[in-house]
Design a protein around this ligand. Structure first.
Ligand code: F6R
Length: 242
């Protein structure tokens, strides 16, 4: 695991943008695993700027998103499909047909999840997977638990994640209680993983990920088993690591 500690959110976003731009340059039809939330917004902005300057070409890039609330329609401005369009896809020359976000309207979620996993495999797997970290150590919506479901599945959000995500909704009651998420093993199939963490409210989770035991109670700790992970942390997020 490579750990880069940077000054702040801006620097974290810039370093991540360099890494993703280099990936796309070295393999123009890269399959990128993408995340939503506050953490990657700076990275997506920087990639959009680089695309506008003609430095990064998304024409052949394919993307797979980690997760989506369930149920939710793609037009809902809190859906992760809406977020991805606004933050990245509408700002770069990507073909939207090459972008996959779990379908928050899927009726048969088991069939949907199996097909999602098969589509990732059919694309040759994910070349570079972007991750954020939840305050409780979740990755994707793989919430702390005694056991984890390995592949894409429907899951219930924990009360702490519902509280954390309520900031995006009119009220806590409006936060969907479920999500479709890639599993830990889906993430582990990625050739490279880049995790971003910024801010004091991530310090406990980053400490548990790096210093704690390998444990499904901190899903992010399992990343220590993956052969190619880069963690880019700002000083606040790294502040409790020993
Ligand atoms: C989002 C996702 C989540 C977030 C995590 C951190 O696609 O998979 O695991 O990465 O909840 O969210 P932020 O960045 O909003 O702190």
């Amino acid at each position: 695991m490579k750990i880069l500690v940077v000054k702040n959110y801006e620097e974290m976003s810039a370093r991540a943008a360099e890494i993703f731009a280099a990936q796309i340059k070295s393999k123009p039809d890269s399959v990128l695993g993408l995340a939503t939330g506050s953490t990657p917004e700076g990275l997506y902005g920087k990639l959009a700027e680089a695309n506008a300057r003609g430095e990064v070409d998304f024409a052949a890039v394919r993307t797979v998103n980690l997760d989506e609330y369930y149920p939710i329609s793609p037009e809902n401005d809190q859906s992760y499909r809406y977020f991805m369009n606004k933050q990245l896809f509408d700002r770069v020359n990507i073909d939207k047909a090459n972008t996959m976000v779990p379908d928050g309207t899927a009726k048969d979620t088991d069939a949907f999840c199996q097909a999602y996993e098969e589509k990732i495999d059919a694309m040759g797997g994910i070349d570079m997977q972007l991750l954020g970290i939840g305050r409780n150590g979740h990755i994707g919506f793989n919430e702390p638990d005694g056991e984890l479901i390995p592949f894409t599945h429907l899951t219930a959000l924990t009360p702490s994640t519902i509280v954390a995500n309520a900031r995006f909704f009119a009220s806590e009651a409006d936060v969907p209680k479920h999500a479709l998420t890639m599993g830990i093993q889906s993430v582990f199939k990625a050739k490279k993983v880049v995790m971003l963490a910024s801010g004091k409210d991530k310090a406990d989770a980053v400490k548990a990920m790096l210093n704690g035991n390998l444990n499904t109670r901190c899903p992010a700790s399992l990343l220590r088993l993956h052969p190619d992970v880069t963690v880019i942390c700002d000083e606040d997020a790294y502040s409790l690591v020993k």
